[in-house]
Design a protein around this ligand. Sequence first.
Ligand code: S3P
Length: 203
Amino acid sequence: MSGSARKPGKTPSHHSASERTAQSYQLERPVFFVGFMGAGKSSVARRLARTLGMASIDMDTYLERREGKRVREIFDEVGEEGFRAIETDVLQDLSAKDPLLISCGGGVVLRPENRALLKEAGYVVFLRVSADEAASRISDKSSRPLFNDIESARQRCQDRMPLYEEVADVIVDTSGKSVGRLAWDVRAILEKEGILCQQLVSS
Ligand code: S3P
């Protein structure tokens, strides 16, 4: 066998040493995880990537490395609007790469141009969480300049809900579910939708 052949589903049970194959996975389009702060976007993307032997990228981590500054510092220096401009640039940058699992910052849906790009370029998984559950999951709120008191978080979460719904290809409720379970559920969805494909690579 030369090169690689995509075969959804089955793994051959018999093959000679010269025909040995390894499984790998490929994405048809970038997969964007969106949702409110604390929804588990980065953890689920990371766990899924690990089970598939592929890479995931966290937008904020990528942005912080690129800018050489923490998100909070950027907010302090150039305000939310300045941060959003950088965020849009990073989203465009990541969308142009080979398809990846990408966990987005919670506010990525605020700009119409970002929403258009998410819908057009990728498959969007909306991990839904309530502000109250999110608050209980976030250990370090100091790194999130827009998660202050619970009242404003509830309002922000409610205001953004239609925007998350607008971009979502699928909505996954995270309430009471572990990261492992969510990664498993998302994997099944991506396979069913033909976004995640298995490849048999000859070695
Ligand atoms: C933000 C969410 C954060 C980060 C920034 C703004 C938001 O990312 O991008 O603090 O507006 O919801 P996480 O959703 O990964 O916490």
